[in-house]
Design a protein around this ligand. Structure first.
Ligand code: JAH
Length: 245
């Protein structure tokens, strides 16, 4: 899968893509991550990438010309790629969208800066706006890294056979059950007996119940679209019994 990232701060990406799973996937040729410095597409003497907003107001706006030149260049190299702009006003990014994007041939991710990018970028290019949540960053770079990470791990072969994406949180729309490893007791805190029992049916049942409990407690909104069995629904009914809501 090909990722092309358009940014004024390419050096921000040095760390996250040079470690662990993403690094290995790039080395193995499964991922091709390219960084494009938007400033290199500014043609004026000072390589200006921002300017004052028409109509006045606080802060600066990312100029359209350097960004458009950069998009033109990258689109010519990647005609099939989908163009994404990270912004708080975009479509909420979730596991379903990560899965959808992982089937694309390539992604061109535009990282905004300042108060935002000149609106004409959205007008002139087919741009999908994506948001990581209702908060404001100093720029889209960190959001782009999150998107690359979440999408890349869904590309076949990126996770080893040890780590499979299938059994993760959200694969069935529930939060993950608690995990433990050795020692069986630490500072008086014990690993639940059932996990040491070797009874795999009981272990699976306990884990499912834990997932349901946690989801009900922390993210009850997820239960509406989770894939639940008759037994799950019975268990949830038991959990909520005695409550009035
Ligand atoms: C901030 C351009 N939803 C996360 C997110 C994504 C992008 C930005 N902020 C938050 C952002 C400033 C300029 C983009």
């Amino acid at each position: 899968m090909k990722f092309d990232i358009l940014t004024l701060f390419p050096a921000m990406f040095d760390g996250p893509f040079s470690e662990s799973i993403i690094k290995r996937a790039v080395q193995d040729g499964l991922l091709d991550i390219r960084l494009h410095d938007i400033r290199e597409y500014a043609v004026d003497r000072h390589r200006t990438a921002d300017d004052y907003p028409y109509g006045g107001g606080a802060g600066m706006v990312m100029k359209v010309e350097p960004l458009a030149a950069c998009i033109d260049k990258v689109k010519a190299e990647r005609p099939a790629a989908r163009v994404v702009l990270t912004t708080p006003r975009g479509r909420p990014f979730d596991q379903a969208l990560a899965g959808e994007l992982s089937h694309e041939d390539g992604l061109i991710i535009i990282c905004g800066r300042y108060e935002g990018v000149d609106e004409r970028v959205r007008e002139l290019f087919a741009v999908d706006e994506v948001s990581l949540g209702d908060f404001v960053l100093t720029g889209g770079e960190l959001a782009a890294m999150v998107i690359v990470d979440a999408v890349a791990r869904l590309v076949p072969g990126v996770l080893g056979s040890e780590e499979s994406a299938a059994a993760d949180s959200f694969s069935d729309g529930l939060l993950e059950y608690p995990q433990y490893t050795r020692p069986a007791e630490f500072r008086g805190a014990k690993v639940p007996e059932v996990l040491l029992s070797g009874n795999h049916r009981e272990i699976a049942r306990w884990r499912r119940h834990q997932s349901l409990q946690r989801t009900l407690a922390a993210r009850p909104d997820l239960l509406a679209s989770a894939r639940l069995s008759e037994e799950d629904i019975k268990y949830l009914a038991e959990l909520t019994e005695g409550r009035r809501n």
